[in-house]
Design a protein around this ligand. Sequence first.
Ligand code: NAD
Ligand code: FE2
Length: 391
Amino acid sequence: MALPLQSNWNYPTAIRFGAGRVAELAGMCRSLGMARPLLVTDPALARMKLVLDAVSRNEAAGMPTRIFSDIQPNPIGADIDAGVAAYASGGHDGVIAFGGGSALDVGKVIAFMAGQSRPLWDFEDKDDWWSRADVGAIAKVVAVPTTAGTGSEVGRAGVILDETEGRKKIIFHPGMMPAIVVMDPELTVGLPPHVTAATGMDALSHCIEAYCAPGFHPMADGIAVEGARLVRDWLPRAFADGTDLEARGNMLIAAAMGATAFQKGLGGMHALSHPIGALYKTHHGLTNAVLMPYVLAFNRPAIEERISRLAAYIGLPRPSFAGLLDWVLQLREDFSIPHTLGGLGVGEDRAGQIALMAQADPSAGGNPVRFDSEAARRVLECAFEGRVETR
Ligand SMILES: NC(=O)c1ccc[n+]([C@@H]2O[C@H](COP(=O)([O-])OP(=O)(O)OC[C@H]3O[C@@H](n4cnc5c(N)ncnc54)[C@H](O)[C@@H]3O)[C@@H](O)[C@H]2O)c1
Ligand SMILES: [Fe+2]
């Protein structure tokens, strides 16, 4: 089915989909009561036309908009402190989170933290810590994704590295869900092919891990399998031709679907990629892509039947576990994604530390096979050797 030019959805939040819709940004901010938003982005995007144009359009619409872009690729606690200070000193009344997962996460967490009195780490996604927040003090967010991968624009969490502990923490609150999402495929056209591939593989990892997570959640499962089908049909096209708006649009949708599905849970890929990202500053989606076949192979006894169903649904020529694994391996090869963790610059000497951190990561609980440090060690061993070993 051809993509419609525009669509408005209200699930899981208000989504305004379509090429060129970023032009409606000022009106959206105004509809949320903003008069002076802080636009949070990353330092590279802050110099790019897509961000500068958005700011000048807002200014022309009588909406002064300041940029905050002092953030890291794997954002850290100090980025949030600096952003909250900028929000307060600029007298802002809402946030435009504009960029990839890093900028979106920081923008959402700044809006969340702007009115809280407790420190950031008190809101880590543990037990019911989120209920410590002053809900009325959470500022509104318009999210504008410029990558198609993390789906952070439809998520209720931000992943922030606690630089003192050296651990990525998930900051969670239901009120962190952006009030409006602008899903404009034109904004992702300039994304280089290797980032397109890495972020697209993140979306795929969300769909696959959510689908394989053991909880009972047929709604999430349905969203995950259709998200995976969109990745299969459109990621290679977005990679081959970045200007293909239909492919870009479908990948934005797939990314949002992956994040919506993973409210059910994630698994070993994310449990490992969080510590690896924290220790080696590797790109999140790329790290998941490297780990994907090894985690799938490790989980095989628990997911063989499910994965065969997924393989059939997304239209693979061999609708089986082996067929899906081969497809993943081929995709990685086509995208020039390294086959081993060594290829990412990750050192084997820290495997023990990574395994312990993976066991403690909240994503480990969603893995279909118990993912303790022993399990993580086994997956890491294969990922260092490049051995895709099914049991
Ligand atoms: N909140 C969540 O649920 C969630 C889920 C997964 C990952 N994450 C987090 O998201 C982050 C990764 O996000 P990401 O993969 O989107 O990468 P990113 O935000 O770090 O961006 C990657 C690179 O692409 C550039 N870029 C972004 N958009 C561009 C465009 N349109 N044109 C040209 N260049 C562009 C950026 O400047 C950056 O250099 C990690 O910190 C990860 O922990 C969050
Ligand atoms: Fe992810």
